[in-house]
Design a protein around this ligand. Structure first.
Ligand SMILES: *Cc1c(COP(=O)(O)O)cnc(C)c1O
Length: 437
């Protein structure tokens, strides 16, 4: 990996002089360093690839070819940028956390506000890209699975925006648990398929959606919800999310004339983290830190720390770090944040750990709840529990760093979906704090 010399003024000048990209390829060229460019085999070193049943090898190669064309098409990029600006509300702002940083001492914490996006999280950045790609390929429908429903809602929104059908498969237990998201998807015009097979959860939903896709790949684009799955999806989703770090890097140079000392992001499948890290990969002085869900404890089944405790394996069509037993059966996982309880991780993260470019750490449920409360009461920002993992790590780091340093935290989503759960956990169940008669 090449490294830029972090001379602040030179950096700022170089940034200002950089021409506006005209294509997605130009916009993400900086990330197409050899280490993170998948070849035709889809490998990032020893990770990634496309481990697929034979009947899906052709359709997946077709997606890769169409994406390669789209990446170089200025019209495709213009439409993606237009939707991000007019509908998502990009660029999202930076928010320096004044009260929290004063209380902690040390480095200042600055948020990148993906929670302010339309639909409340970063996922809309890549679902819009996937919807545009599907449309370009002449597909009629998007298809995907969803667990907590976040990916399903973001995908149904993008489908409505560009005029495609959308079919979302969901385990029947999740359908019952995530009623508000099911209603949202159906209002947005998506068909929600409740999967009532043994298990009735995310894994069965993946299998069911995959079966339907395999039966008619000309009709559907299988729209994966993170930087996971077979090639080319880790690359596609990373490229559509890279806007987060590209914006944040330029915003930092403009506002502070310097880069952050560290960029911190929560890692489930890894899409918001890849989005935040990508633009900074060549900035050798910027620490990149991925935060995994430490859960209730480090005991198997009580967390989802795929990077820390996973072994090399194959999951959902990719070679990566997987929490699994000797037979290759994925372990049960837990996190306080449903968007992070996944027994694998995107192959680019496995590769970045191998290269030593990104540090992977964990924060447990208790630290996450505390970070959620501190951000809420001190700054008036209610974070998603997923994003609160990154906030918790920044809170841990800041006091040990100099006051001239800044930590950039990717606030991947807002916490509206989590408030009932947190209130219950904190015992905030009465109707009011006081009653007046
Ligand atoms: C889905 C989700 C995540 C986890 O997914 P990644 O692919 O790891 O980013 C994190 N934060 C929020 C708000 C989410 O909705």
């Amino acid at each position: 990996m090449t490294h830029r010399n972090p001379e602040d003024n030179a950096l700022r000048a170089a940034d200002a002089a950089r021409p506006e990209p005209r294509t997605l390829a130009e916009a993400t060229d900086l990330v197409h360093t050899p280490d993170l460019t998948a070849g035709a085999d889809g490998m990032f070193g020893t990770y990634g690839g496309a481990v697929l049943p034979p009947e899906l090898a052709g359709p997946m190669a077709e997606v890769a070819e169409a994406y390669e064309e789209a990446r170089h098409d200025p019209e495709f990029y213009a439409e993606y940028r237009r939707l991000l600006r007019d509908v998502v509300g990009r660029p999202s702002p930076l928010t320096p956390l004044r009260r929290l940083s004063d209380e902690l001492g040390g480095a200042r914490i600055v948020l990148k506000r993906e929670d302010l996006n339309h639909t409340g999280a970063h996922k809309i950045n890549h679902t819009i890209g996937e919807a545009l790609l599907a449309k370009r390929m002449g597909k009629r429908s998007l298809i995907a699975e969803t667990g907590a429903g976040q990916h399903g809602v973001a995908l149904a929104t993008a489908a409505a925006m560009v005029g495609l059908d959308c079919e979302i498969h969901m385990g029947s237990i999740d359908v019952a648990k995530q009623h508000p998201n099911v209603v949202r998807m159906r209002l947005l015009g998506a068909t929600v398929v409740s999967v009532d097979r043994e298990g009735r959860s995310l894994k069965e939903a993946v299998d069911s959606a995959f079966d339907v896709y395999a039966s008619d790949p000309a009709h559907y684009l299988f729209a994966i919800g993170s930087v996971v799955g077979p090639h080319p999806f880790p690359t596609i989703v990373r490229d559509f999310q890279a806007v987060v770090g590209c914006e944040a890097r330029a915003q930092f140079l403009e506002r502070y004339g310097a880069l952050p000392s560290a960029v911190v992001a929560a890692v489930g499948g890894g899409s918001n983290a890849m989005g935040a890290f990508t633009a900074f990969l060549d900035d050798a002085d910027v620490r990149l830190i991925g935060v995994e869900p430490g859960g209730r404890s480090a005991t198997k089944g009580e967390h989802a720390m795929s990077m820390a405790q996973g072994v090399d394996g194959v999951l959902h069509g990719m070679a990566t770090k997987v929490l699994q037993d000797e037979q290759g059966v994925p372990d049960p996982v837990h996190s306080i944040a449903s968007g992070l309880d996944y027994p694998g991780v995107g192959p680019q993260h496995a590769r970045l750990a191998q290269l030593g470019r990104v540090e992977y750490v964990a924060e447990d449920d208790a630290a996450v709840l505390e970070a959620f409360q501190r951000l809420t009461t001190l700054e008036g920002i209610i974070p998603a529990l997923e994003s609160a993992h990154a906030v918790a790590r920044a809170i841990r780091m800041a006091p040990g760093l100099g006051t001239d340093q800044r930590i950039l935290v990717n606030l991947s989503g807002r916490g509206d979906k989590d408030v009932d759960y947190v209130a219950e956990t904190l015992g905030l169940t009465g109707e009011a704090d006081e009653v007046v008669r």
